[in-house]
Design a protein. Structure first.
Length: 368
């Protein structure tokens, strides 16, 4: 809204020429981040009190880690704060006619809605095991993934047709393959994988939100480069007209994430719940696809991938197929706790690893 207002005022009044700032991604990105963090700071105390009054508190599951039970009674659904802050900030500072932006915003709201429904059921039923069933969540996630894949490959796609189905690898300049119609299946599976990987990582105070900020920040840099005619040519990336708007999206998320971390850091005053983790995962997946950086995710989001793999190997292969545990505990953060590491040490060390992976991912911009 402010984006459109600023441009209109600039065109009507010569004295307001300074409003040309609204045309610059850098200015709007900074303002989007500041707006989002301010919204989180204003809303969080009220939301935390409201969750306490309504008894919408975290329902702790059995993990075998004693410290996990200290978290019982902490308000959940903090992801609502992230989703609201990002959405409002985008409405104020973004070009709402941008297809890249609309696809990402749709992912944020859809996956956040699924997570909110799940959190609501868990809290209202008083059990962490009585939310949405696994297959139900996959069904709704799959519906979005399928719709997104169809739009992505169709006439409404923001992606140029000549590169839409090509697969790019980090450190390699040229696309390594053209998957054709099979790219739709690839997108479908990728969205489901990434959305749930972030969800599995959300298990300790502040653990998921900081790596999420790193990942979104890296994707924001890629969006700026690929949406700029000069930088994209210089760094030999495909130019994606309009992709730069995702830089504003990334900045809004970084602001919302930092604001949320203020209340989510140990000892957490509120958890993001599935509302936040699914919203973040779905958004990261969609932005990665839109920027042709799907194969970069195992690097920049390596922590999420390892967390998901350890959990699925333990559950699907170990417990269900072999009838025994493969790891002492799963996912990774609970395994480290089981080995005797304090929660804060586990979280900070995993943050450091995630930060290093983000730097390596940024290096692929030049080392190709």
């Amino acid at each position: 809204m402010l984006y459109y207002l600023g441009r209109w005022l600039q065109s009507q009044f010569d004295a307001l020429g300074f409003l040309r700032l609204f045309n610059y991604l850098s200015f709007r990105s900074i303002m989007a981040a500041l707006t989002a963090v301010l919204i989180v700071f204003v809303l969080s105390p009220r939301w935390i009190r409201a969750m306490h009054r309504r008894n919408f508190l975290d329902q702790v599951r059995e993990t075998g880690i004693c410290s996990a039970f200290d978290k019982a009674g902490t308000p959940t659904m903090g992801g609502v704060l992230i989703v609201v802050a990002v959405t409002v900030s985008l409405l104020l500072w973004c070009n709402l006619g941008n297809s890249f932006l609309l696809s990402s915003l749709a992912a944020l709201l859809w996956f956040g809605g699924i997570g909110f429904w799940d959190d609501w059921l868990k809290s209202s039923r008083g059990s962490g095991e009585q939310g949405l069933g696994e297959m139900t969540k996959l069904l709704y996630q799959g519906a979005f993934a399928l719709a997104f894949a169809i739009v992505y490959l169709g006439p409404l796609s923001p992606m140029p047709a000549e590169i839409a189905t090509r697969l790019y690898f980090p450190f390699i300049k040229k696309p390594v393959a053209d998957l054709g119609i099979f790219y739709g299946a690839f997108v479908f599976l990728f969205v489901l994988l990434v959305a749930n990987a972030v969800n599995i990582t959300d298990g300790l105070d502040g653990l998921a939100i900081t790596p999420s900020i790193f990942v979104i920040a890296v994707l924001g840099v890629f969006a700026y480069v690929m949406g700029n005619t000069i930088y994209s040519v210089y760094l030999q990336y495909p130019y994606l007209r309009g992709a730069g708007e995702l830089t504003v999206f990334a900045s809004a998320f970084i602001g919302a994430g930092l604001g949320f971390l203020w209340y989510n850091a140990y000892p957490a005053q509120i958890f993001m719940g599935d509302t936040g983790s699914l919203a973040i995962g779905g958004t990261v997946a969609v932005i990665s696809v839109l920027l042709k950086q799907e194969v970069l995710f195992p690097l920049v989001g390596g922590l999420f991938l390892v967390e998901a793999l350890t959990s699925q190997i333990q559950d699907k292969v170990g417990v269900r197929w072999l009838g025994r545990r493969i790891f002492y505990r799963a996912p990774l953060h609970h395994s480290l706790q089981h080995r005797g590491f304090a929660e804060t040490k586990v979280v900070i060390r995993l943050w450091i690893i995630s930060g290093i992976l983000a730097l390596l991912a940024l290096a692929t911009l030049k080392i190709r």
